[in-house]
Design a protein around this ligand. Structure first.
Ligand SMILES: Cc1ncc(COP(=O)(O)O)c(C=O)c1O
Length: 460
C-alpha cells in the first residue's frame, strides 16, 4: 500500500490534509481566523450571546412509541432471568460485528475479567495496558491477580503508543489489552505483530468501540477476545451490561460456564455429567436488559453513521484553528465511531488562556466539554491492590515496591494530556447535523479570536 512508504506520523499528517482538502472541495468556506466579526463578538462568558444555541440530544435515546413494547412485554412475561431475548441479543451482536460468538455479562468490566481469567491470566502475570482509559481497564487486570503494566499514550491518537510496548515486555508478560479509546482503533497491525512475536494474548477493550473498524474488520474481533460495555453512556446503552466476543468457540463455552457458576455449557462439560464443573461466577444479563439492548441495537448503525459523519466534518474544520488538534486515526482505521470526540488544546496558540478558561468559554458558548481522564497510573487503587492478601502472597517484596512501580510506570505524554491538553466532547453532540457542527466550529473560532480578552479576564 502507498502509505507503507510514509512514516506513521507523516501518513497521519497527509491524511489530515486530505481530509481538509475534501472539505474545501465540497464548497465550505475556509475559516477566517480572528476575523473582525468574530473579534467584535463578545464572548458569552463575558456577557455576549452564545455562538451555539442548540438543544443537544439527550442520552440515552428512548422513543416510548416504538421502544416500550418489547421491554414491557418482557417484564410482563415474568421471565426475567436469561432466556430467549438474551440469546437473541447475543446472536445479533455477534452477527453485527462478524464474530463467531458473543456472550453477554453484567458489564464491560466483567467481560474483561472473564476473558482474562479464561485465557489463563492470573497471579504473577503482567498485562500491558494504556493509562488513557477508564479505571475498569486496570481494575480488571488487578481482579485476576495479575499486574497491570502501563505503556504511555500516543498523544496524536490518544491510543496506547504501540512503539513503546516492546520495551515493557518481560518474561512475565502474558497479554496486551489495548483500549480502542473514544471508538477509534489502537494501532492493531503493530500490536498483533508484537503479540505474535512474543507469543502474547491480545484482549481488546472495545468498551467504547461499538461497530468501529480497523482494516474493515470490526474492533473486538481482531485479538483473541474483545470486551464491550453497554453502560448508560455508551453508544449502545442498556444501563449496565457487557459482552465478550471471540471466534474461539471453546473459549466462549468456558466463559459461558464461568458466567453461570460453572454449570456445563457446550464443550465445557468435562467428564462430570451433573452439577457445576468449573470454578465460576454469576454474571448473567437479564431478559429485560436484553430487550433494551435489542431496541438500541436496531438503531445503532444509523446513529453511528450520523455520529461519524458529523465528527469527521467537524474534525476537518477544527484542524484549521491553530492550537486545536483533534484526535487522529491510524491509517488502518476504516470506521471511527467517536464515542468520545477529543482534542488537544495548545494554550500557547490561545495567548496562554488556560485549558479551564478555554472550556469555560466554550461551555458558555453552548458547547459542553470536559477535561476527561486523570492519571490512572498514579492512582491510589494500585497501592491498595498491592496490600491485598492475594498480592502479598503472590509477589515478592521487590515487585510490590510501590515507589519503584510508580517509577517504572511513568507515562509523561499521558500526563500532559490529562493535566494540560485534553478536551472532551460527548458523543451525543454528534447525533445532530451540519448546522450544529458549524455552530460548534463557530464557538471554537470565536474563542480563538477572543483569546486575548479571555486571558485578561482570567488573570483579573
Ligand atoms: C475503556 C473502558 N473499559 C472498560 C469499561 C467498563 O465497562 P462497564 O462500565 O460496563 O463495566 C468502560 C466503560 O465504562 C470503558 O470505557
Amino acid at each position: 500500500m502507498a502509505e507503507k512508504n510514509y512514516s506513521r506520523r507523516e501518513f497521519i499528517r497527509r491524511n489530515s490534509m486530505a481530509g481538509a482538502g475534501a472539505i474545501l472541495a465540497t464548497g465550505l468556506a475556509p475559516a477566517v481566523f480572528g476575523s473582525e466579526i468574530k473579534k467584535s463578538a463578545i464572548p458569552a462568558i463575558l456577557g455576549g450571546s452564545a455562538a451555539a444555541n442548540i438543544d443537544w440530544p439527550e442520552w440515552p435515546y428512548w422513543n416510548p412509541e416504538t421502544d416500550d413494547k418489547l421491554v414491557l412485554d418482557s417484564i410482563r412475561s415474568g421471565v426475567w432471568s436469561r432466556k430467549k431475548l438474551v440469546d437473541e441479543f447475543e446472536k445479533k451482536w455477534a452477527a453485527a460485528i462478524g464474530a463467531k460468538r458473543c456472550l453477554t455479562v453484567v458489564n464491560g468490566t466483567n467481560s474483561l475479567i472473564t476473558s482474562l481469567i479464561q485465557l489463563g491470566i492470573g497471579a504473577g502475570d503482567e498485562v500491558i495496558i494504556p493509562p488513557y482509559t477508564f479505571i475498569a481497564t486496570p481494575q480488571s487486570v488487578l481482579a485476576t491477580g495479575a499486574m497491570p503494566v502501563f505503556v504511555d499514550t500516543d498523544p496524536e491518537t490518544f491510543q496506547i503508543d504501540a512503539a513503546k510496548i516492546e520495551a515493557k515486555i518481560t518474561s512475565r508478560t502474558r497479554a496486551i489489552m489495548p483500549v480502542h479509546l473514544g471508538g477509534l482503533s489502537a494501532d492493531m497491525d503493530k500490536i498483533m505483530e508484537i503479540a505474535r512475536k512474543h507469543n502474547l494474548i491480545v484482549i481488546e477493550d472495545a468498551c467504547q468501540a461499538h461497530l468501529a473498524e480497523y482494516n474493515h474488520q470490526k474492533l473486538g474481533t481482531i485479538g483473541h477476545a474483545g470486551g464491550f460495555s453497554f453502560q448508560n453512556s455508551k453508544n449502545l446503552p442498556i444501563g449496565e451490561g457487557g459482552a465478550i466476543v471471540s471466534n474461539d468457540e471453546k473459549f466462549v463455552d468456558r466463559c459461558h460456564s464461568y458466567h453461570n457458576l460453572g454449570f456445563p455449557y457446550g464443550t465445557a462439560i468435562g467428564s462430570v455429567n451433573s452439577g457445576s464443573i468449573m470454578y465460576g461466577n454469576k454474571l448473567r444479563l437479564t431478559e429485560y436488559q436484553a430487550a433494551i439492548g435489542l431496541v438500541q441495537l436496531s438503531r445503532l448503525d444509523s446513529q453511528t453513521k450520523t455520529r461519524t459523519e458529523n465528527a469527521e466534518y467537524l474534525k476537518a474544520k477544527l484542524k484549521k484553528i491553530p492550537g486545536i488538534l483533534p484526535m487522529e486515526a491510524y491509517p488502518g482505521v476504516t470506521r471511527g465511531v467517536y464515542h468520545l470526540f477529543i482534542l488537544r488544546y495548545k494554550k500557547d496558540e490561545f495567548k496562554g488562556l488556560s485549558r479551564e478558561g478555554f472550556m469555560n468559554a466554550l461551555d458558555a458558548e453552548g458547547i459542553p466539554c470536559y477535561s476527561g481522564y486523570t492519571q490512572l497510573n498514579l492512582m491510589p487503587f494500585l497501592k491498595d491492590a498491592f496490600q491485598t492478601k492475594n498480592f502479598v502472597k503472590t509477589y515478592s517484596k521487590k515487585r510490590l515496591n510501590y515507589s519503584k512501580y510508580l517509577e517504572q510506570n511513568q507515562c509523561p505524554q499521558n500526563d500532559i494530556l490529562c493535566n494540560e491538553e485534553a478536551v472532551w466532547f460527548n458523543q451525543r453532540l454528534f447525533l445532530t447535523g451540519k448546522k450544529e457542527m458549524d455552530m460548534f466550529y463557530s464557538a471554537v473560532e470565536k474563542t480563538y479570536a477572543n483569546a486575548e480578552k479571555l486571558k485578561k479576564a482570567e488573570t483579573k
